[in-house]
Design a protein around this ligand. Sequence first.
Ligand SMILES: [Zn+2]
Ligand SMILES: [Zn+2]
Length: 269
Amino acid sequence: MSPTLKIASSSLLRHVYTAGRYVLDIFFPLSCLGCTQSDTLLCQNCCKKIRPRYEQSCPYCRKHLTPHGETCFDCSSKNDLDGVFVAYDYNQPLVDTALHAFKYQSLESLAHPLSKLFVQAVISSGLPLPDCVFPVPLHPWRLRYRGFNQSELLGHALATTLLPGTAVPFDTQSLVRHRFTLPQQKMPNVESRKHNIKNAFSLSKQSTSSLRGKSVWIIDDITTTASTLDACARVLKQAGVHKVFGVVFAQNTFVAHSKRAVKPSSQIQ
Ligand SMILES: [Zn+2]
Ligand SMILES: [Zn+2]
């Protein structure tokens, strides 16, 4: 298929999807995922019940508590991430339900309440601001399937809200996922997750000189073993980035072969 035809068919699918959602909203009006209040997917009262994570720890060993999730001294010599800040724990029922619906049921309207919660947690943490923010990129096939990149929506909210009156540069072009990978949830252990995501990311040539010496954040919705963030950090560090911090909405606890570790095959990450 020619690139023009591909874009046209993708645009047509998007219109069909939007029309479909409009029809669904008429027959199945929105209701809060927590309390069923009408006209919203996540009401303010339910948002207030979601507790931020107060203790942050090294993303690799998780043994050492650090102020913002900085990588501990022991782990820093053999890994690329300088830390991962986690806004919320995934084991709260509403966080689990909302993120699952946002990502796997493509409920894009959850981006607004989830972004608000994300911004609140990051601002109140006092995490030092970066020079630039990157979302974890999706492979183009997954982006076409879902219609949006959930990490990009959350990252955009952060980049445009962190500094009053101005925006932190938000880069959705430089970091690309050039290799299609199986969903990380299907991987039975930490090693297979690392192997699955290895060499999946790269940087566009034009971006490498402008990133040297910078401090950056990589935004993701959920992390489990930090393997995806670590793979992104590797290419950024190789390009001369000084500091790479992951900033994620929630962290899931990795349990091999649990129902959360293996999702149905229709749920594309
Ligand atoms: Zn509610
Ligand atoms: Zn550690």
